[in-house]
Design a protein around this ligand. Structure first.
Ligand SMILES: [Zn+2]
Length: 283
């Protein structure tokens, strides 16, 4: 499931490809992904609009467009859900079976594919307004982070998944950050010391920064269904383990810890898997 780094890499990849392009046609195949926007409103608003910006907020992509039928500026918000993908193709034969939305850009198409339809491509931007600070931005400060943690008795791993605490951290990077910070995922958020919180703050930033840098080095050569590079997972074609190799605990149940060689343990917290080293993460 794509988290902040994967979405950041995708944003950087799509931005130069989309800027300046005008939407000449809109095909909606799965209206569910637009919700609460209706297909009619979606089409009317976007037809004739030109892409003028693309940024990321948490796990969301924010496409900025100008000059559509409505006249003014439009923000289109995208979320990849579990398995969503966004890419451009010049070949109509590359339109995948699960294409949810296709935007005709004249000679090429922007595709939003979502096999499980948990993703979104909508004109409703309210969800991004409720997000907490960007972990790699200046608003994410140890002092405010500490205050927010002190108010909660939830296990720290579960707390980190709250997008209002910090935007963009999901199941993978929550486990990874706790390992780097040598903290038990089961520790109550309000029981962490100031020193531990500072360590966690730093670890969150480091794992995300490294993942972006790593993902950015993967060649983004996806051209449609024929060559599936799965670039948003940072996985190179034909190298299924490319991405996992840099993760230290996530999805490594039973494998030796990179520090102490004890087996990595998997537990369930709030219906999600947590991976950790019981020896290294005793803080
Ligand atoms: Zn260990």
């Amino acid at each position: 499931m794509p988290e902040l780094p994967e979405v950041e890499v995708l944003t950087r990849h799509l931005r130069p490809l989309l800027l300046g392009k005008t939407i000449r046609g809109v095909i909606v195949k799965r209206a569910k992904v637009l919700r609460p926007t209706t297909p009619g409103k979606f089409r009317r608003t976007l037809l004739g609009a030109k892409f003028t910006g693309l940024s990321r907020r948490g796990k969301y992509l924010r496409f900025q467009l100008d000059g559509g039928a409505a006249g003014g500026r439009v923000i289109l918000v995208g979320h990849l859900g579990m398995t969503g993908r966004m890419f451009l193709t010049r070949d109509p034969e590359c339109w995948p079976v699960h294409a949810a939305v296709i935007l005709d850009l004249g000679g090429e198409s922007f595709i939003f594919e979502d096999t499980r339809y948990f993703g979104r491509l909508t004109l409703d931007g309210s969800v991004t307004e409720k997000l907490g600070p960007e972990p790699l931005g200046g608003d994410f400060q140890p002092a405010t982070f500490a205050r927010a943690l002190r108010r909660s008795r939830q296990a720290i791993k579960v707390r980190l998944l709250d997008q209002m605490l910090v935007a963009g951290v999901g199941n993978i990077y929550a486990s990874e950050a706790l390992f780097r910070a040598r903290l038990s995922p089961k520790r109550a958020a309000n029981k962490l010391t100031a020193r531990q919180i500072a360590r966690l703050w730093k670890a969150i930033r480091r794992v995300l920064f490294e993942a972006i840098r790593w993902g950015s080095t993967v060649p983004l050569n996806f051209v449609g269904v024929k060559s599936d590079g799965l670039f948003y997972f940072g996985r190179a074609p034909g190298k299924p383990d490319f991405y996992e190799e840099r993760l230290r605990v996530y999805d490594r149940k039973g494998q030796p810890c990179v520090n102490c060689r004890r087996p990595i343990r998997r537990i369930i917290q709030a219906a999600r898997s947590t991976f950790y080293c019981p020896r290294c993460q005793r803080g």
